[in-house]
Design a protein around this ligand. Structure first.
Ligand code: FAD
Length: 496
């Protein structure tokens, strides 16, 4: 009898679902709660929409957490700093930078919205520290916020939930679009226990941050797939594929957000790595010079030059240069953590690990350096000789490098740091119009579907644009606000 009962109980349990699948009904579902997704959630909530946010990870923010500042033109801060930059001028500069390969209407929409977005952020509690640019000659458009991106993203997450009832489901990656009668009608996701989560919605906004962590897509679509991607884990392009599955077009897939080259996988605060992010002597794996090394400051240019030679180089300097970086400070800043002028006081402490890992080499002579790095000793010595001569006569006959940044390589020990092209993410994928509606390759609108942030193409022409400092967060937040406003308007979601 006991045995029979046990069998009956087991049979009952095996027919029951292990845990409950869920169905939610909402106005707008937002896929991804990084910079763009968070901004879209707050903006849509403010406009009276019922919002569900889906986030793959256990916390919000994505790559946006690491950001320092946002692009804008026409702000009060710029007026206070006497920056006479106009929207027209900025728009033209962006379009010319990308050789008019960008979506001009989209660029215009982002530029025009940008000052209002900074006001909107301030109104919602964000504090800005200063206005700056990020390379010599860049535009003063980088509005630096307090607490990096994580600061405002957490603030907006709390505000959206508390003030507007936005419901964010963490550890719940979206898997595909829900289609009804051939139209986008929501999203299907999975929670951490493997349960299916169906979100029925009037509109879907996709904001999953690109595809830098999807090797197949990187190989298929980018010019240089083997970049060192910073803070890109989990960016597998599912959001982009969801939009394509509904007929969305493709745009700008080959553009990456090039960053300063450096040793692969090493954090930006490491002082040995910081020595490689200076305009020292840059050599191909064979030992030839290949560019004016001051392009280090203009990351897309550095990325492009490195792509041409296969993505990897040696950064070479001598003992005198090292002492100068340790005691006088560096000439090229590495973000806000190791700024221009910083003295590399952690170098000696961090050196043994770097050397052990194989990306930092020290040698008594140039011949030994060639042997340890695999460079051709004849080429290495010829490159050093040309470089030292350029320093002496204050003219680089090869690449016309500014003589103030030619530091001769004369005094052993010599150092070589293996550096690779790096990237802060991909910058293309889904084709949209200037209302951030997803469109087909022939520009037909896909009803109910919107996209924002790094999943979207069209903002950049042939290269990431460092000229408009803060541009990718600028694009994420402005495109998110526009997407949210379009979704609310198109579906007659009334303000409460
Ligand atoms: C170190 C660093 C510093 C930077 N500094 C700046 C700066 O100062 N200024 C600037 O303009 N830009 C900066 N950037 C770039 C900027 O952070 C990105 O361009 C921006 O975060 C892109 O926003 P996003 O919303 O598209 O992507 P993210 O902010 O990365 O958000 C995407 C989110 O989607 C989630 N997601 C992915 N797949 C799914 C799925 N299937 N379902 C649900 N959720 C999913 C991810 O987990 C993530 O939370 C920096 C980047 C780095 C790495």
């Amino acid at each position: 009898m006991k045995k029979l009962l046990a069998v009956a109980v087991l049979a009952t349990f095996s027919t029951m679902p292990y845990a409950a699948d869920r169905v939610l009904n909402t106005d707008i579902v937002i896929v991804g709660q990084g910079a763009a997704g968070t901004a879209a959630a707050l903006a849509a909530g403010e406009l009276g929409a019922k919002v569900v946010g889906l986030e793959k990870k256990g916390i919000a923010g994505g790559t946006g957490n690491f950001s320092e500042g946002i692009f804008a033109v026409g702000t009060k801060m710029q007026r206070d700093y006497y920056i006479p930059l106009t929207k027209d001028e900025t728009f033209k500069k962006i379009m010319n930078y990308g050789h008019w390969r960008s979506n001009a209407r989209l660029v215009r929409a982002i530029v025009d919205k940008s000052a209002d977005t900074v006001d909107w952020m301030i109104k919602n509690g964000v504090k800005f520290e200063k206005l700056t640019t990020n390379y010599p000659g860049g535009l003063y458009t980088w509005h630096i916020y307090e607490g990096r991106g994580a600061g405002w993203i957490n603030l907006f997450q709390k505000k959206a939930t508390k003030d507007y009832g936005v419901q964010v489901l963490f550890n719940t990656p979206a898997e595909k679009l829900l289609m009804k009668d051939g139209k986008v009608a929501g999203v299907i996701a999975k929670d951490k226990d493997g349960n299916k989560v169906t979100v029925n919605a009037k509109a879907v906004i996709i904001a999953t941050g690109g595809f830098a962590d999807n090797p197949e897509m990187m190989k298929k679509y980018t010019r240089f797939p083997n970049t060192d991607g910073l803070a890109q884990s989990g960016k597998n392009g599912v959001g982009i594929q969801m939009a394509w599955s509904a007929g969305g077009g493709k745009e700008g897939l080959d553009v990456q957000q090039s960053y300063r080259p450096g040793p692969r996988g090493v954090g930006t605060t490491n002082h040995v790595s910081a020595t490689a992010k200076q305009p020292h002597l840059w050599l191909t794996p064979g030992g030839d010079r290949f560019c004016d090394e001051t392009i280090m400051g203009d990351w897309p240019a550095a990325g492009n030059a490195l792509e041409r030679i296969g993505g990897q180089m040696w950064v070479v300097y001598d003992n005198k240069n090292l002492n100068s970086m340790k005691h006088d400070g560096i000439v090229q800043g590495v973000g806000v953590m190791v700024p221009i002028g910083a003295k590399l006081t952690n170098f000696d402490k961090e050196w043994p690990e770097a050397e052990k890992a194989g990306w930092a080499i020290k040698a008594k002579t140039l011949d030994e350096l060639a042997k340890k790095t695999g460079m051709d000793p004849v080429k290495l010595k010829a490159s050093v000789e040309q470089y030292n001569r350029a320093a002496e006569v204050r003219h680089d006959a090869l690449f016309a490098k500014d003589p103030q940044y030619i530091f001769p390589v004369k005094e052993g020990p010599y150092y070589a740091i293996k550096s690779v092209a790096s990237s802060l993410g991909t910058l293309g994928g889904i084709k949209v119009n200037d209302r951030l509606q997803v469109v087909t390759d022939k520009d037909e609108v896909i009803p109910n579907l919107y996209a924002a942030g790094s999943d979207v193409g069209g903002m950049y022409g042939d290269s990431y644009d460092l000229l408009m400092a803060g541009s990718t967060i600028g694009f994420a937040v402005n495109s998110a606000r526009i997407a949210a406003e379009s979704a609310v308007k198109d579906h007659n979601i009334n303000k409460k």
